[in-house]
Design a binder for this molecule. Structure first.
Ligand SMILES: [Zn+2]
Length: 99
């Protein structure tokens, strides 16, 4: 898991459970974003590390939470995607879009 994903996905250890949370970006205005953590999945705390990795990968592939930027090849949390193929920063850099 790259450090980039860690900004958007966190694992919280609860009572006998692991809670997978995803950061959700909400735009209050054109330049005012607010992120909050939403629970995507609750897992058994005895889950193997490899299974946890798989769960996280599945989250990244879930269009409900993430988009994939074909320019910088990064998974970007929804709300930071300009379109289905470009994240905000790539849209600014390569498409000349001003946010
Ligand atoms: Zn990008």
């Amino acid at each position: 898991m790259s450090s980039r994903h860690k900004e958007f996905i966190r694992v919280k250890r609860g009572n006998k459970k692991l809670v997978l949370q995803v950061s959700k970006i909400e735009w209050m205005g054109p330049h005012e974003a607010m992120s909050k953590w939403v629970t995507a999945k609750t897992l058994d705390s005895f889950i193997e590390l490899s299974d946890l990795d798989r769960e996280i990968k599945q989250l990244l592939l879930d269009p409900k939470y993430f988009g994939f930027c074909s320019q910088c090849k990064n998974y970007c949390v929804n709300g930071t995607m300009h379109s289905k193929t470009h994240c905000h920063s790539c849209a600014e850099r390569y498409l000349g879009v001003v946010h």
